[in-house]
Design a protein around this ligand. Structure first.
Ligand code: AMP
Length: 440
């Protein structure tokens, strides 16, 4: 199978070659012909499947004929990182076409974006808030939009963007082609899709299942030992870029700071950072200046770094869906990757859920020479707030006495978010985690 079968313009084929794509991915094979025919598409595909090119290539083909310097395609994405990434893909694939794409998102000065719009572009890749803002100011004209793409619709819904999406829809011509991509199909997205898609072709690739090129492993650990285990694991494992997920902004910053003090090339990415610092973290990670990036889920949305060899869940995600999205950051485009997940005793119900979705048992691993018996610091309530000796990756100033039996990760406040089951089933392997086996 090659891209030739789509009869794309030679200028677009040049872009495909420039990016080094030789064969279309399954989502591309299924959706490109339908989109080229002008049909609406509902694409159920997770990240890492090649879905960006699946919509970008037929859009470029369509825009090659017709007017220039007016907005004709609108792509709406939940985060600025994803918007930038889509923009870069379009830029790469469409370089020879001279079609122009602009990005529009908040958190940065709007004037350069307005300037670029005024200079004339055919494609806008945008986050909902700033797009509405500029539309209300009369700085963006959406009346000529022929194709609308709603990307990562489920995430958009999670982030509360659905009302904004509806407002955007009101500003668009009703006669248009609409493409909606989502990794999962919660009821609200299904309802939205039903309202806005006309006779859509449904394309489904590995719905809700993490990419198959990723191998999974669980590392049972008490909460207070997570950072020490993380450092040791990275030291011991042959890695390229490593993306670490923590649950909160605060934890993200703290873990990155601890690792930095211990001499690891690490950056953190979380929603409170200025756009400049986000860009520095992301480009530093992409270019290899930081081998490790510690991030929250939302901040990591849309990160496309091809050399991510390992995703480490320092904290369990809250839903199986979030697990899928995190894991989709490695093993991209048929490269292989490893997903390591730290599990505390209270995560055991969730492990059962993930195994159910994967359809297989996940291997439990322990790290040789790692002291799993170091107790939680006195007064720490079993939290992983302890400071670690940077040299040994082990809590400083704690004497050794018998380990706490049960971890209480005090950073997690309040009940588990709904939708996450927390069953009482036993996490097979947890009780034996002190037996040693070598990490890969
Ligand atoms: P996406 O799911 O769109 O985020 O794409 C995931 C990754 O796959 C990106 O790094 C793309 O550049 C890459 N990619 C997309 N299509 C192909 C293809 N046909 N062959 C090889 N890599 C691809």
């Amino acid at each position: 199978m090659s891209f030739k079968q789509f009869n794309l313009h030679t200028q677009i084929e040049t872009g495909i070659e420039a990016l080094g794509y030789t064969a279309p991915t399954p989502i591309q094979l299924q959706s490109i012909p339908a989109i080229l025919q002008g049909k609406d598409v509902m694409g159920m595909a997770q990240t890492g499947t090649g879905k960006t090119a699946a919509f970008a290539l037929p859009i470029l083909q369509r825009l090659l004929s017709g007017p220039r310097k007016r907005l004709r395609a609108l792509i709406v994405a939940p985060t600025r990182e994803l918007a930038e990434q889509i923009h870069e893909a379009i830029d790469g694939l469409g370089r020879a076409t001279k079609l122009k794409s602009v990005t529009i998102y908040g958190g940065v000065n709007k004037n350069p974006q307005i300037q670029k719009l005024r200079q004339g572009a055919e494609i806008a890749v945008s986050c909902p808030g700033r797009l509405l803002d500029l539309a209300e100011q009369g700085e963006i004209n959406l009346s000529g939009i022929e194709v609308l793409v709603i990307d990562e619709a489920d995430r958009m819904f999670d982030m509360g963007f659905l009302p904004d999406i509806r407002k955007i829809l009101k500003r668009l011509p009703t006669k248009r082609q609409t493409l909606l991509f989502s990794a999962t199909m919660p009821d609200d997205i299904r309802k939205l899709a039903k309202e806005i898609l006309h006779d859509p072709v449904t394309v489904r690739v590995g719905e809700g299942v993490p990419v198959s090129t990723v191998s999974h492993a669980l590392y049972p650990v008490e909460p207070h030992l997570k950072t020490a285990l993380l450092m040791k694991l990275i030291e011991r494992t042959d890695t390229e870029s490593v993306l670490v997920f923590a649950r909160t902004k605060h934890r993200t910053t703290r873990v990155a700071e601890q690792m930095q003090r211990a001499g690891f090339p690490v950056a953190s990415l979380q929603g409170n950072l200025s756009q400049n610092r986000r860009q520095d973290a992301l480009s530093g990670f992409r270019e290899g200046k930081y081998q490790i990036l510690v991030a929250t889920d939302i901040a990591a949305r849309g990160i496309d770094v091809s050399g991510i060899s390992h995703v480490i869940n320092y904290d369990m995600p809250d839903t199986v869906d979030a697990y899928t999205h995190r894991i989709g950051r490695t093993g991209r485009a048929a490269k292989t990757g490893d997903a390591f997940t730290f599990v505390t005793p209270e995560d055991r119900g969730f492990v059962v859920d993930i195994e159910h979705v994967l359809g297989e048992r996940i291997e439990r691993r322990t790290l040789e020479d790692f002291d799993y018996n170091v107790p939680a610091p006195a007064g720490g309530g079993g939290s992983d707030r302890a400071r670690y000796s940077e040299r040994q990756g082990r809590p400083a100033n704690v004497s050794r006495f018998s380990p706490k039996k049960r971890g209480d990760d005090s950073q997690r406040t309040g009940p588990r978010p709904s939708g996450r089951r927390s069953g009482g089933r036993s996490l097979d392997g947890f009780s034996q985690y002190r037996s040693l086996s070598k990490a890969r």
